[in-house]
Design a protein around this ligand. Sequence first.
Ligand SMILES: Nc1nc2c(ncn2[C@@H]2O[C@H](COP(=O)(O)OP(=O)(O)OP(=O)(O)O)[C@@H](O)[C@H]2O)c(=O)[nH]1
Length: 345
Amino acid sequence: MRASKIPATIVTGFLGAGKTSLIRHLLNESRGRRIALVINEFGDLGVDRDLLLGCGIEGCGEDDVIELANGCICCTVADDFLPTMRRLLARAEPPDHIVIETSGLALPKPLVKAFTWPEVRTRVTVDGVVAVVDAEAVAAGRFATDPAALEAARRADLNLDHESPLEELFEEQILCADMVVLNKLDRVDAAARARAEAAIAEHARPAVKTVAARFGAVDPAVLLGLGAGAEDDLASRPSHHDAEGGEHDHDDFESFVVELDAVAEPEHLLDRIRTVARAHDILRIKGFAAVDGRPLRHAVQAVGERVQGYYDRPWQPHERRATRLVVIGQRGLDRPAIEAGLRGS
Ligand SMILES: Nc1nc2c(ncn2[C@@H]2O[C@H](COP(=O)(O)OP(=O)(O)OP(=O)(O)O)[C@@H](O)[C@H]2O)c(=O)[nH]1
């Protein structure tokens, strides 16, 4: 008999809120604790796993960072997540803690539910659901539905009973949280911070704490060890999708990968991304660029119109040096125009 269950922390939060940054900080500060990471991304490039492995954190090896292959974790729990957990638990040396990064479009509740499966429940408990929030985006009303637009959409579709997909995701993620991390504090003034806090308070369950952070830097002592036992507490975490058995689809969103040649100047690529993001209401672009004559890979990150790039690590001998970017947005993106814009053609 095992003395205690392995704690698992679920990290949720919208695209680009800072989940990977938070996890990188957590791993850096883990002080010898064996943490296994399960990562799920929307889009066909495993950027997050690559970024985490690229930062060379001690004790964070290839085997400890597991990427789920199929679609969005909340809809593929049985196909992908459970076999992964089974394999993790069968290891000779199981981890001390499991951290799961959901895709920015995932609903956390179906994932929490997966921990009630008998073979998982006896070995693992959900220590806490942590929702990472982009303070700047929330304060700017990114997740609030324009009431006039909602009314118009309802008139067009009588079955529509809810707000925009972005607002719904925000609500679902906060409703399920045991702790909220209000991230990107460097990007907001006091008034904007207060607006973001008010938006969170509208949906957070009673007694859920909000901690403020920059670049996801939260002390692991605060983040881990919440002892929530969330799998035994599903009823207190309402979801818009409860009536559908937790099912939801991602038809509201789409993603595609754009492959480009090596670039002469990363700044030129970042400028093109800025222009494209401004013109096309893109939610997220991320990936890696190959730069002519440089042995290092250039990581590229765009959240809305905010674009960032930095050299992260040398290209490995087995890797093809190409520029590959995943583009994510709400359905209806003008793919040819976006590709042309990124190419600069
Ligand atoms: N200014 C600022 N930028 C931040 C902060 N936290 C994260 N970022 C940047 O925001 C971008 C997205 O951060 P990630 O940590 O990759 O976000 P994510 O939630 O993992 O993104 P997805 O996995 O794509 O959903 C990166 O360019 C980060 O450097 C912050 O506190 N302040």
